[in-house]
Design a protein around this ligand. Sequence first.
Ligand code: ZN
Ligand code: ZN
Length: 429
Amino acid sequence: MAAPSSPTPTAAVLTGLEAVRSWAADLYRDLHAHPELSHEEHATASKVAERLGASGIEVHTGVGGTGVIGVLRNGEGPVVLLRADMDALPVAEATGLDYASHATAADAEGNEVPVMHACGHDMHVACLLGAAHLLAAGRGHWAGTVIAVFQPAEETGDGARGMLDDGLAARLAKVDVALAQHVLPAPSGLVGTHVGPTLSAADSMRITLHGRGAHGSMPQAAVDPVVLAAMIVVRLQMIVARETRPGEPVVVTVGSIRAGTKSNVIPDHAVIELNVRTYSEATRTSVLDAIKRIVDAECQASRCPKPADYELFDRFPLTSNDAETTDKVAAAFASHFGERARSLPMQTASEDFSDIPNAFGVPYCYWGIGGIDPATYEKAEQAGRVAQDIPVNHSAHFAPVIQPTLDTGIQAMVVAALAWLAPPRAGEQ
Ligand code: ZN
Ligand code: ZN
C-alpha cells in the first residue's frame, strides 16, 4: 500500500490561512477607514511595523520616509522581495461602506482634501502582512529569505526611489527576485499574469513658452504665445500619427494649457502640460526627443525671444515582466488556483515598483488580482455595461470586496514566493 502523500509546502504553509483571515480583514477595514496621502503614511507604517513584529519578523522602519521592511531569514536559499504600496489618494469616498473613509488631510500645497484608499493599496498591505505571517509561521516548510517591503508614495511615483535613495539596496545584501501585485476592476478571486511590458512608462512634461506681450490691437509688436501654443498642440499629434510604429501603443496627451488674462492683451508666456505613455525605453526616448524637437522648431518659427523651458515630473518607469520569472509565477498560480489563474491584458496605468528590482538588477513579476464582486461583474458583463457599472481604480466608488479578494491576494503572495523558496520536486505539480 502506498503511504498517504505528504502535503506540498504550499498547502502546509496555507493551513494557517484560517487563523489569519479574521485579523487580516479587521486590519484591512482599519486601513481603509484611515487612509493617508503619499509620504504621510505614518499611522499605516506603525500598524505595519506592529503587525510584522507580532508575526516574529525583523522590522526596519523609516526607510525613505515612512517605508517599512520586514526581514524573515530562514537558512540558505533564494532571497525573495515582496512589495506592497501603502498610500491613498485625495478622493472623497462614495462607496457607502460602513468602513468608508471620512478622513481629510492637508495635501502637499497645504489644501485640506478628502482622503480615500481609492486604488486598493490598503488591500495590498493587508495581503502582504497576511502572507508574511503565514511564511513566518510555516518556516519549517521552506528555506531562504523573505523581504517584505511596504513602500510609501506610489501614487506620486517617487516612493520606491525614496527608499532606494535611503539605502534600501545597501541594507539588503542580495535579492534574487522581486514580486508585487495590484487589485484591479476584475472579478474577485481571479489572478492574472502577463509576460513583457505590462504597465506603461509615464512622463509628464511642463513646457513654458516665452513670447512677447503687447496690446491685442498691435500684433506686430508681439510674439504671440497663444498662437504658438495652439500650433504646438496640433503638431504634437503628429508624433503618434507619423513617427511611431502602427500597432505600438503610445499616448501623447496635452492635459493643460494656460495663457493670458484678458481678451485684448497678448500675454508674454504660455504653459503647456502634457503626459506621455509608452511601452519601451526606445520609444519613450524618441517620443520625448520628438516633443522637444517640435517645440524648439515652433518657437523658432514664431521668433520667440528665448527658447522654451522644459520640466519633467510625475515620471513612472516601464513595468515589463521578465518571461522566465513570470512563467514560473504563472505555473505556480495555475497549479494552486486552477481556472482562476488567467492571463492579464496589458494595462495603460503606471507604477514605480520596477524601480526596486531595476536598482538590484534582478528580474520581477507584477501581477493583478480581481477586486469586484463576481456576481456584480457578471451582471454588468451580460448587460454590456462593464465600463459604465464597474468602478475602476481611483474612482470614489472603487473598493474591493474583502472576500475572496483578501484570501486570493494572501495566497498569491505565498504561492509565488514559495515557487522560489520551496520549488516543486520532480514529479510534483
Ligand atoms: Zn493608483
Ligand atoms: Zn495603485
